[in-house]
Design a protein around this ligand. Sequence first.
Ligand code: SIN
Length: 490
Amino acid sequence: MSLTLQRADLLRTTFPVGGDWREAVSGVRYEIEDPALAQAFASVPDGDARDAQAALDAADAAFPAWRAVPARDRSRILARWNALLLEHREDLGRLISREQGKPLAEAIGEIAYAASYVEWFAAEAVRAYGDVIPPPVRGRQMLAVKEPVGVIAAITPWNFPAAMIARKIAPALAAGCTVVAKPAEDTPLTSLALAALAEEAGVPAGVLNLVTASRANAASVVDVWLADARVRKLTFTGSTPVGRHLARASADTLKKLSLELGGNAPFIVFEDADLDAAVDGLMAAKFRNAGQTCVCPNRVYVHAAVHDDFVARLAARVSVLKVAPATDADAQIGPLINLRAVEKVERHVQDALARGARLVTGGQRLPALGPNFYQPTVLTGVDGSMELSCEETFGPMVPVFRFEDEHAVLAEANGTPYGLASYFYTRDVRRIARVAAALESGLVGINEGAVAAEAAPFGGVKASGYGREGARQGIEEYMHLKYLCQGGLD
Ligand code: SIN
């Protein structure tokens, strides 16, 4: 099936290095699959270490001029990029749907989400203030000024092909850094289109360089950037094991790091919760992107007093979700990214059922739609012995745990190495303060399932990583503080 875009030139199949859209040095290309059909529909260059080196040389050469561009002008370029993203949101949404699988309306929503970070950092570029420090002795002037760190490397995931790269690149450009980036192997087309629009917005040659690479070549690209001291910062969204490897490999050159890693989010429904609101919140948080979101609730704890009522309301909503390819205008749940993802959901469901869980709805693949479709599923009677309790499912499956005691449920909620997001529903104001303070996560949704926003700091604690994206803190990750002490002024 062909991919028809209003602007055909947004389907880029080469990558930009130093302003030149090029093939890999090797000349090799790899294929991109449509997850709905599990069939290739496009190909991109399969970059390797030589392309990574060229990208880094270009970013390094472009840095002095870009950092010298007045913040107001960098801000204007970002504002134009934001406008172009919104203007072409339909085409960009089509690219996301095709390579990632999410329904078109959701994909267009992701473009608005990505653009919101660009708009935000366009505004932050002109507000990167430092401090004038009251000197402790006479005759001195003491200043703390913010400077761009230099070249940054961004490694981005497949689940949000536009939003994750936008929220790394936009603050980097706002701060005056130049960028080398490797988009996820499965979803490079969206980021190439974003880069084309960045160029159109006025981002100068060499400031934003992308290298696409297959799974087999990904490490050879990243290793060049890890080993080179000119890369002053690495930003990564992906799994905890890969994050640990990147942190270790960055140690020799002491790079600044932001790591947004795996989650295992608890979602707690207390006995005094507004159950309709809790079901709404869970549906929004859990089924976004077919459950393939780091902040998705992975363990749902419901108080025994409202458990059966909550499960009945939830099942009524989940069982009518429309599972379909993104081409279906009514689709609510698309395919998972690949067969490995389907097999993981299936493994979690089967393991839970074998250990005594009850299937409320779903629980099957949908081969008539394609190999990567899985029914939205609800399980009850789950417990901590099951694989789903300690591993992120990353798919459309809701396991419901029953609990009776606040203290015990908080211990269970926190009883994981991860700490990205958590959610709870209650109408008791004292409990809100207590539970919000006790939960060990970087984000807490209180009577709210949709928590991420460009204005808020996004990031985790514990094995979910460190560093924050978005918010006024997001630009700090791309700057360092320089202290200027001038003496002899008395
Ligand atoms: C993620 O899944 O890593 C990002 C989700 C979000 O930005 O809400």
